[in-house]
Design a protein around this ligand. Structure first.
Ligand SMILES: [Mg+2]
Length: 131
């Protein structure tokens, strides 16, 4: 299992990374732009991510726009199995998370602060727990 955790706050990235460490290879990005660079590199290397955790509220590019850009990259390359994107949202941005979900950019969302149970629940629903 290869995952990418995108959040402008290092504490949030580290928290999710710690919970997922035993399940696979976790990479981190501190911005939407950095995330796009990493996703593009993974696609180029034919070693795509299985799941991306994407904070919505980030300075510069929002998680919402970064997710859209990632879907664009996948479309451009005719990727067969799209990466699961889990939006990380504060209580004040659940509407954007829903929006992203309804527009098929994301597979799920988690409300911050992320809990261990919430995270494992989403991983299990996406069938990523034992991959
Ligand atoms: Mg943030």
């Amino acid at each position: 299992m290869k995952c990418l955790i995108v959040d402008d706050e290092i504490f949030c990235r580290e928290f999710v990374a710690t919970l997922l460490r035993s399940m696979g290879d976790c990479h981190q990005a501190g911005s939407g732009d950095e995330a796009i660079v990493k996703v593009r590199a993974a696609l180029d290397a034919n070693d795509p991510y299985d799941v991306i955790f994407m904070d919505i509220m980030m300075p510069g590019m929002s998680g919402h726009d970064a997710a859209k850009a990632i879907r664009g990259l996948e479309k451009e390359r005719n990727v067969e199995k799209r990466v699961d994107i889990v939006m990380l949202t504060g209580l004040n941005s659940t509407n954007e998370a829903m929006d992203s979900f309804c527009n098929a950019q994301s597979s799920a969302y988690l409300v911050k602060p992320v809990s261990k149970d919430g995270l494992y629940n989403v991983m299990s629903k996406l069938g990523l727990m034992h991959r």
